[in-house]
Design a binder for this molecule. Structure first.
Ligand SMILES: [Zn+2]
Length: 367
């Protein structure tokens, strides 16, 4: 029989309950929001499931522990790449809303129902409410724009922290006619910036120059690359925590822990003179046999992971065919066990382990 060990590591030395991670910051706050985030350009996989089930279980636990309302906010990124192409040696993408598949469907519409089904299921099982915030809706919040403008105003101080490779702060936006968006900032330029308005221009190979404005009344949409999006988000959280007397917490996969938060938001926050830090909880990362994060096929190629013959792990549309409802129950119960014991939660798991749980294999857990 397989045996699992739980050696103490990192945070496990200092917490005996996952509520302790945010307890000091939750004090005096009226509500707690746990923020999930996902790209709507591929099927949820076992890593997404782990992250989502964990967040709902944490919400339930925090509600009981703190005696305050806890809500899940799911940030769904429709601004992300639906497809990429190279025109005149410049890399462009169109987002998941503008990219049409051969079937005639938009990328976003193909994948969104799977996220919704999973969220509805978790809402009912946990009796925890959630709210979906698409990125284009989220970015209209004046506090988000305010944070973004602060970052762009400090481009010189932040560009090499956020992007040591190229020194770019990648705020991008697509052609209003066809959606083509530069991946890197070749033609995208800042025309003017003040405390309350940012004016930018870019160029489409098919339709010529186009411009947008970002200010508290503007409706123009934009995209941010991952480090910029993270930094703006934590600056937004700090603003929102104070304004609404609430605690906003990122619930992210563990692959975003480690050097990333130190570099991508703690260093910039200190550089900008902030005296508050964001709250983040990392859920276990699901690793492949080699110890690498299980990725979306979009990023590692369409043939990836097919050798395992475990399509249900990679593709939620196949999950129930492979593991059935009982599989979902097993993984749901397993993750709810993790939440009770930080040693089981603050660590990673492999796809072999998850597969064993889903199949109901007996495992000896040695505390
Ligand atoms: Zn165009």
């Amino acid at each position: 029989m397989k045996k699992v060990y739980y050696p103490l590591a990192g945070m496990n030395y200092i917490v005996d309950d996952l509520a302790k991670i945010i307890e000091n910051k939750a004090e005096g706050k009226e509500t707690i929001n746990l923020w999930l985030s996902a790209q709507v350009n591929s099927f949820p996989h076992i890593g997404t499931l782990t992250n989502f089930i964990s967040a709902f279980a944490l919400a339930k636990h925090y509600e009981e522990y703190f005696g305050k309302p806890v809500k899940i906010i799911v940030e769904l990124l429709e601004s992300v790449t639906g497809k990429e192409e190279i025109i005149n040696n410049i890399r462009y993408y169109t987002n998941s809303e503008k990219t049409i598949l051969d079937s005639g469907e938009r990328v976003k519409d193909k994948y969104f129902p799977y996220f919704e089904e999973l969220l509805e299921r978790l809402k009912k099982l946990n009796d925890v409410d959630y709210e979906i915030k698409f990125f284009y809706e989220y970015q209209q919040d004046p506090l988000v724009k305010d944070a973004l403008i602060e970052v762009i105003q400090n481009t010189d101080k932040l560009k090499n922290i956020l992007d040591p490779k190229k020194g770019e702060i990648r705020l991008r936006f697509g052609c209003p006619k066809c959606g083509l968006t530069e991946k890197h900032l070749v033609h995208t330029k800042i025309n003017s910036i003040s405390n309350d308005n940012l004016s930018l221009s870019s160029y489409c190979p098919n339709h010529g120059e186009f411009r947008i404005n970002i200010n508290k009344d503007s409706n123009d949409t934009f995209d941010m690359n991952v480090p910029l999006r993270y930094l703006v988000k934590v600056m937004y959280f700090i603003r929102r925590n104070n304004l609404n007397n609430e605690l906003n917490v990122i619930v992210d996969g563990g692959d975003w822990s480690g050097m990333w938060p130190l570099r991508v938001y703690m260093e910039p926050l200190l550089t900008l003179g902030y005296t508050e830090s964001p709250s983040v909880i990392y859920t276990p990362t699901i690793l492949d046999w080699s110890g690498s994060k299980l990725s979306k096929r979009m990023y590692v190629g369409n043939e990836a992971y097919r050798e395992f013959l475990k399509e249900g792990l990679i593709n939620y549309s196949e999950f129930y065919n492979q593991y059935g409802e009982v599989g979902f129950e097993r993984i749901y119960n397993e993750i709810h066990e993790w939440i009770k014991d930080p040693k089981r939660f603050i660590r990673d798991y492999t796809i072999e382990y998850m597969d064993a749980v889903l199949r109901g294999e007996e495992i000896t857990k040695l505390n």
